[in-house]
Design a protein around this ligand. Structure first.
Ligand code: AMP
Length: 291
């Protein structure tokens, strides 16, 4: 695996590879790699000639300085995992390399509602910082395909909009959420959960599964003239998760999967997504399921 630390060096390498006609797949990460990240690398390897992974803990996307300080760093084992997964190139830049003129974004893109709702509401500034670094990384790596996880559904939607706005020549590939055996979505933050919180954290995916099952039932059987509105499903799921004293639930939302706009009623034609954000044991977890 080749390792580059500067934009110039990785650009030179990619330029040479593209000249040979190679297709480039790219998975940006913040390290502390787990099977979820590795699944992106594997999918990219199947679909491209060259796979690039970046590890960069991006300071501008942490709205909570405590979260930034506590973000796990496991570079040695990350590199081992990437080598085992046969990743071709690791891009490992410094903060000074990615932000030579400081952390402020002179021209932030406008994603409108997509960046204002849900995570945008609960983590102000998060998406502006995320989009700022993903744009810089895309300009450095210029991949044919960008691999992102459905785990961060809203993030992927914003990146898709960014690619459209900037007319970048890359295609976003959304990869399924990798889960632990009990159903908990894999996350770099899971290592910060103590034993008790880790055991309880599974309730997030259980609630999502039960929402999915209820919506499926509702779509396949008629629940009579008084159709249950979407808000009732959201409330039921929110209350169930909140009934465990370990959780502080920020939101449980059922939205239009293409726009993230709220929906009033369930139809068989509108694709939906259920999204959750909740704190447990001092760690903020997110998860979602397509319905
Ligand atoms: P992160 O390092 O958390 O910024 O994540 C880097 C990429 O890995 C993002 O595109 C995430 O959506 C993706 N990712 C994180 N967790 C998972 C997971 N459990 N399954 C699939 N992809 C994931």
């Amino acid at each position: 695996m080749l390792i580059f630390k500067t934009i110039q060096d990785i650009q030179n390498q990619i330029f040479a590879l593209k000249k040979e006609g190679k297709k480039i797949g790219f998975a940006p990460t913040m390290g502390a790699l787990h099977e979820g990240h590795v699944s992106l690398i594997r999918q990219s390897r199947r679909e491209n000639d060259i796979t690039v992974c970046s590890i960069f803990v991006n300071p501008t996307q942490f709205n909570d300085p405590n979260d930034f300080e506590k973000y796990p760093s496991t570079l040695e084992s990350d590199m081992q995992k990437l080598i085992t997964a046969k990743c071709d190139i690791l891009f490992l830049p410094s903060v000074a390399e990615m932000y030579p003129t400081g952390l402020k974004n002179p021209k932030p893109l406008d994603f409108g509602f997509l960046a204002e709702t849900l995570e945008g509401e609960w983590r102000p500034g998060h998406f502006a910082g995320m989009a700022q670094i993903v744009e810089k990384l895309l300009r450095a790596v210029t991949p044919d395909r960008l691999y992102m996880g459905q785990k961060d559904y809203q993030q992927a939607m914003i990146c898709s909009d960014m690619i459209r706005q900037l007319k970048l020549k890359t295609r976003l590939v959304l990869c399924p959420v990798k889960r632990e055996k009990d159903g908990l979505a894999m996350s770099s933050r899971n290592v910060r959960l103590d034993k008790k919180s880790r055991a309880k954290a599974v309730e997030i995916s259980k609630v999502l599964r039960s929402v999915k099952a209820s919506i499926k039932r509702r779509r396949t059987t008629d629940d009579g003239p008084q159709k249950t509105p979407v808000i009732d499903y959201e409330k039921k799921a929110f209350d169930r998760l909140s009934s465990f004293s370990e959780f502080k639930v920020e939101y449980v939302a059922i939205r239009n999967a293409k726009t993230l706009k709220p929906v009033k009623n369930i139809s068989t034609t509108t694709p939906l997504v259920a999204l959750v954000a909740a704190w447990i044991g001092g760690v903020r977890l997110i998860d979602n399921m397509l319905l």
